[in-house]
Design a protein around this ligand. Structure first.
Ligand code: NDP
Length: 292
């Protein structure tokens, strides 16, 4: 099977992993990085080092950029964008939907095919068949380069709005950090009485977390879509009370209390907005609006 040549710009830990995976899958790989020596290992594995960015983008029908952010991508590519006309640019660095939209407009002005993407796994998992990569932008561009993208992981196209990939990335990381902080704060709370993290981890992760984070969230998601929050089994009032107890326990035990206090304040705002008799999911109505 013919493998498309690919150019990789940006050789941080992630860019190196991307280039290596492409080489392993039989692609001819051209690399460029501000600090050239970060590509030395890739050269011994068969990559070609371009002397300039213009040469780099000219050597392949597809250029993948994996830099620190969008500003860095523009600093590197703005002056060579015309050399990419008729070729594809796949941007895998993280950022915001507004930055993704601006990048899509900029490439369209120069007739460059554009896909925005986000990588949902760390460098060691690049190249695994089930490592999820999120993409957004033209379905046609995605379809044409799907085989190449599959050399990096499992490519998923979310829709034609180019901002969707980084938006999903932010949302999933939001979920990750909230979950991690929940576990870390809870561990600090029992730690205040000398309970070792490994003992609490057993109870929290093996028993309690699966009762909360499971398929029932998907059933609850339909209640979110409907905006229906029956309070038959527990009200916002009850939940705000529980959050107040967590905050006060944190203060009493001498551990950090900002995180439970913030959750308590959000529940209190839901009460102030009329959801006191609804269930906890009604906090979703508060999250859909800007902070005031
Ligand atoms: P970094 O985010 O640290 O990006 C490093 C790259 O950006 C290097 O190529 C570096 O060049 C380049 N760079 C930074 N500033 C400049 C500049 N002013 N001019 C030119 N080049 C510059 O490393 P990663 O590889 O870890 O991440 C790249 C992207 O991948 C990020 O957007 C990140 O969010 C995303 N990602 C990373 C994951 C990870 O676990 N590492 C996981 C999922 C996504 P130089 O080598 O010369 O410094």
């Amino acid at each position: 099977q013919h493998r498309s040549p690919v150019t990789v710009i940006g050789l941080g830990p992630m860019g190196v992993a991307l280039a290596e995976s492409l080489l392993n899958h039989g692609h001819a790989v051209t690399i460029w990085n501000r600090t050239a020596q970060k590509g030395d290992d890739l050269i011994t594995k068969g990559a070609h080092r371009a002397a300039t960015v213009a040469e780099a983008v000219s050597r392949s029908p597809v250029t993948i950029v994996c830099l620190k952010d969008y500003a860095t991508m523009h600093a590197i590519l703005n002056s060579v964008v015309d050399a990419m006309t008729g070729r594809a640019l796949v941007n895998l660095n993280s950022g915001t939907p507004t930055e993704a939209h601006a990048a899509a407009r900029w490439t369209a002005e120069h007739d460059v095919d554009y896909l925005d993407g986000a990588i949902m796994v760390p460098p060691p998992l690049i190249g695994e068949a089930d490592s999820v990569f999120l993409y957004s932008g033209s379905q046609d561009v995605f379809d044409r380069h799907r085989a190449t993208l599959a050399s990096l992981g499992d490519p998923r196209h979310l829709g034609s709005d180019p901002g969707l990939a980084v938006l999903h990335n932010a949302a999933l990381l939001d979920l990750m950090y909230a979950t991690m902080n929940g576990f870390l704060h809870a561990t600090a709370l029992v730690g205040s009485a000398g309970v070792p993290a490994v003992d609490f981890g057993e109870l929290a992760v093996k028993w309690f977390m699966p009762t909360v984070v499971n398929e029932s969230l998907i059933e609850q998601a339909s209640e979110l879509d409907q905006g229906d929050y029956p309070g038959d089994f527990g009200t916002m009032e009850m939940n705000a009370n529980a959050l107040e107890h967590i905050t006060r326990t944190s203060v009493e035990q001498g551990v950090h209390s900002d995180q439970p206090r913030l959750m308590q304040q959000i529940a209190e705002r839901a009460i102030a907005e009329g959801y006191s008799g609804r269930n906890y999911l009604a906090v979703f109505e508060i999250f859909k609006k800007p902070t005031h």
